[in-house]
Design a protein around this ligand. Structure first.
Ligand SMILES: Cc1cc2nc3c(=O)[nH]c(=O)nc-3n(C[C@H](O)[C@H](O)[C@H](O)COP(=O)(O)OP(=O)(O)OC[C@H]3O[C@@H](n4cnc5c(N)ncnc54)[C@H](O)[C@@H]3O)c2cc1C
Length: 454
């Protein structure tokens, strides 16, 4: 084919899209504003990890890199809930070995994707080449050169994979009627860490995503293969308690003693890390259309979401898979394919954005609520008894390939139906499972078939 596509951004979406395009026969140039992470110290030495699940894994499998990535991954079988007294309760994600999520290093994954992209022989990276502007009328892209000069090239196709602060999107905003909405959460986040035990082992069980739900705020921890955990504190910027209230080490100590006492002995440097590490904001970003001329926004540049469903990267990887399918369907008619992909995918991006916001409330608040715990127990029993008929909302989002908007609509309706059922009972064993299953299907119909919808 030999057509040359320019991708802006060598993050997770840009590198995977590069591999897909190269495997279709395109020549690909990827412009990245940062240096090559394979050659430099990254992330200030901190391990930052992401939850990888079925949708992301399917795309990695399609391009032939799943096994390589799995070598980096640690399975997480459920949520381990830590209460204020230090008691731990495991809430499994699903019933089978197929229904687990994986903790994987963001940098490790990105580097594997870069290597795989280069191995295709059709992808060339240009590091320290920030995109400055796109002139859609002339079909030209301008980027900075490490020498300080600017280079302008003509282009036949552009993928804007340059994340939430996308320069490609900003160029679109300047030159088209782009609808754009960004919504900051009142909460920010800060990363902290749990080092390994003296013998190198994990100090908490490594096969779970740990959560300390505390009402309006929470801490989570994901395991890393080196025995560490990366913890993230989600807390409001203002009010009580908030980041703005925690101004000294003694404030932080008192806050941890009241809320995360079981973490203190595991985190010898939490007071220092709290002030060394930045507080970052959380944003949901929606825009439309995602295309202008021969350019398409893909990944976070089109739909950055808050991280509470662990789906941001998974959604980006699914974008890449679906774009590839659209190119196949449109026989590589670039503009027709990107337009078809963009308009079909937009409702699903909106749906996962909604679900991620819902899940913040569920994680920080509801996981500690006894009615929610009963609903979760009922869901697990239904999934075990009727694996082909019952799918919890979490399972629809995380362990299926159903379009996100289908997962959201079915999942929300089902949640409210089940909460009503478990609210009056003391114990789920009082409910007859067969009867519940029939009532769910009578009220909501059978779960849509993946075969028909995917
Ligand atoms: C705290 C947190 C936790 C998360 N946890 C999860 C999780 O558990 N599971 C999950 O699936 N997702 C998670 N996510 C979401 C996930 O990180 C993102 O969805 C994903 O990284 C988006 O990939 P991307 O390639 O679109 O953008 P990015 O990863 O932001 O990559 C964009 C790239 O473009 C480059 N760039 C930017 N501007 C320019 C320019 N002008 N010119 C050239 N290059 C440019 C950047 O340097 C970067 O390399 C989390 C996000 C956050 C914030």
């Amino acid at each position: 084919m030999g057509q040359r596509i320019q991708i802006v951004g060598a993050g997770l979406a840009g590198t995977l899209a590069g591999i897909y395009l190269a495997q279709r026969g395109y020549e690909v140039n990827i412009f990245e504003k940062r240096g090559d992470m394979r050659a430099t110290t990254i992330e200030g030495g901190r391990s930052i990890n992401l939850a990888l699940s079925k949708r992301g894994l399917r795309a990695l499998e399609e391009v032939g890199i799943r096994e390589d990535v799995m070598a980096l991954a640690l399975p997480m079988r459920g949520r381990m809930i830590h209460d204020r007294e230090g008691r731990q309760t495991m809430q499994p994600y699903g019933q089978s070995d197929d229904e687990i999520i994986y903790s994987v290093s963001r940098a490790g994954l990105n580097m594997k994707l870069m290597n795989k992209a280069e191995q295709t022989g059709r992808v060339t990276f240009f590091f320290q080449h920030p995109c400055h502007n796109i002139d859609f009328e002339k079909g030209e892209i301008t980027y900075g050169h490490p020498g300080g000069t600017e280079i302008t090239e003509s282009t036949v196709g552009i993928l804007g994979c340059d994340g939430a602060n996308s320069a490609v999107r900003m160029s679109m905003q300047k030159s088209t009627r782009l609808n754009y909405q960004q919504q900051y959460l009142e909460h920010g986040y800060k990363e902290l860490s749990v080092p390994p035990d003296e013998d190198g082992s994990h100090k908490l069980s490594p096969d779970a995503l740990h959560i300390w739900p505390r009402g309006s705020y929470m801490m989570i921890a994901l395991p890393n293969p080196d025995g560490t955990f990366t913890c993230t504190l989600f807390l409001a910027y203002d009010g009580a308690p908030s980041f703005n209230q925690l101004r000294s080490k003694s404030d932080v100590r008192a806050f941890f003693q009241a809320n995360f006492a079981d973490l203190i002995p595991l985190m010898p440097r939490y007071e220092e890390e709290f002030f060394e590490n930045p507080t970052s904001s959380l944003v949901t970003l929606r825009c439309s259309p995602w295309t202008k001329g021969s350019a398409l926004l893909l990944g976070d540049s089109a739909h950055a979401i808050v991280p509470f469903y662990g789906q941001g990267m998974n959604a980006c990887f699914e974008d890449c898979r679906l774009l590839n399918a659209a190119l196949a369907e449109h026989e590589d008619e670039w503009v027709a394919a990107i337009k078809a992909f963009g308009s079909a995918r937009k409702p699903d991006a909106d749906a996962i954005a909604d679900l991620a916001l819902d899940n913040f409330v569920e994680m920080r608040d509801s996981t500690a609520d006894p009615i929610f715990a009963r609903k979760r127990e009922l869901e697990l029993q239904l999934e075990e008894a009727y694996p082909d008929r019952f799918f919890s909302k979490y399972r629809l989002v995380t362990f299926s390939h159903l379009p996100y908007h289908v997962a959201r609509d079915r999942g929300r309706a089902q949640d409210s139906f089940l909460m009503d059922l478990v609210r009056p009972v003391e114990d789920v064993s009082e409910l007859d499972l067969a009867d519940v299953m029939e009532r769910v299907e009578a009220a909501l119909g059978p779960v849509p078939s993946e075969k028909e919808l995917v």
